[in-house]
Write a protein of this length. Sequence first.
Length: 463
Amino acid sequence: MQYMSTRGRISGLDFKDAVMMGLADDGGLLLPQQIPALSRGDIAALTRMAYPDLAFRIISLFAGSIPAADLKHLIDRSYQAFDHDEVTPVVHKDGIYVLELFHGPTLAFKDVALQFLGNMFEYLLKERGAHMNILGATSGDTGSAAIYGVRGKQNINIFILHPHQRVSPIQELQMTTVTDPNVFNLAIRGTFDDGQRIVKEIFGDLAFKSRMALGAINSINWARVLAQVVYYFYAFGRVQRATSCEEVYFSVPTGNFGDIFAGYIAKRMGLPIRRLILATNENDILTRFINQGDYSTAQVVPTPSPSMDIQLASNFERYLFYLYGQNPGRVNDAMSRLAATGRLEFTAEELACVGRDFMAGSATRQETLDTIRAFHAATGYILDPHTAVGVKVGKELTGGEVPLVCLATAHPAKFGDAVREAIGQDPVLPPVFRDLDKKEKRCELIDADTGSVREYLQKNALA
């Protein structure tokens, strides 16, 4: 399997080089040059497997340059860090299937990909006798999952930008209480979109990127998306065995389009998904795109689901590549237009194509809290606010004719304030969260300025 850029000037990379490059050197995002097509028989065999075996089989289709025994070892090692035998179990509650993605070390769905990517980086760096300085931005969960994926690993320093006082208290503590010498937390005076912009601008300076040996751990790295494809297959198999269904809906709370893009790849591979339901909070640029063809930026609105408080979705470019018939020239034009005007427009034919794969809706702050409250009253099960957005929108847009799977992207204890407001009680704190506020912290406050972050990297990066 070889990889190419959405912008057309990078192609022919093997999986190892694609992982190490992260953001393509032409400013685009990397994708496989072909997506494997699986038969119903193939899918039936895959979805009967245990999670690590399924992950090995799916990832192998895209990572042929990694020896099979090495890849199997990396995957098995990655999922030993999870506290549930199934890794991503599915539970049936209130007529829907909840795909629990929060059983990793930081209790968020990002662990599924970042435990794997951290181990993959360490493996490739050792193989090449090299070092890496990881630079990433987070709206909350990516940062802690990335840090836990590489803390203490040899030949890696990690620099994570998070928006100051715009993540939940526990999300902030999960990052800032990791004091391993190779971990650097930077709180920027701005939004997640500012952090994402800084990261892309720094990676766009190819000479600096090379000199600093920069690597990407945000979902701009294809390996992140690939690892997330697996749990769509796993969940489908579990629901099919319970219901004998022929197809399912997946409802995905998303702000950055990475998690739902993994579902789109699974659908292109042949997984029988009737529609992917995109669920947003008040920061609804993606919902407006799908429902109205309006992809235009606005001010970021703080919500109870802060990991989705995003306007510019970094993975959207990958979807545009397919929507535009895999035409990199059109992608280049669109991204230039977006940078200049803050908006994109789409034809009726393009929106009809979008509608064959996606439905979308949004939830206000009050609707999110009401969903947490009603779901808890009906089942005793506590949703985190991001998952509540997906549940609200998924139930609203489907009628029960096929099963609905809602992705539970984080443990509710990560968002205790929202849960308390909704149901009048705190979620039970998992042991990993207890006494976090008493631990030593290390973090630096910095302007949301590309030059300031570059200067900090120059002073602290591995050389």
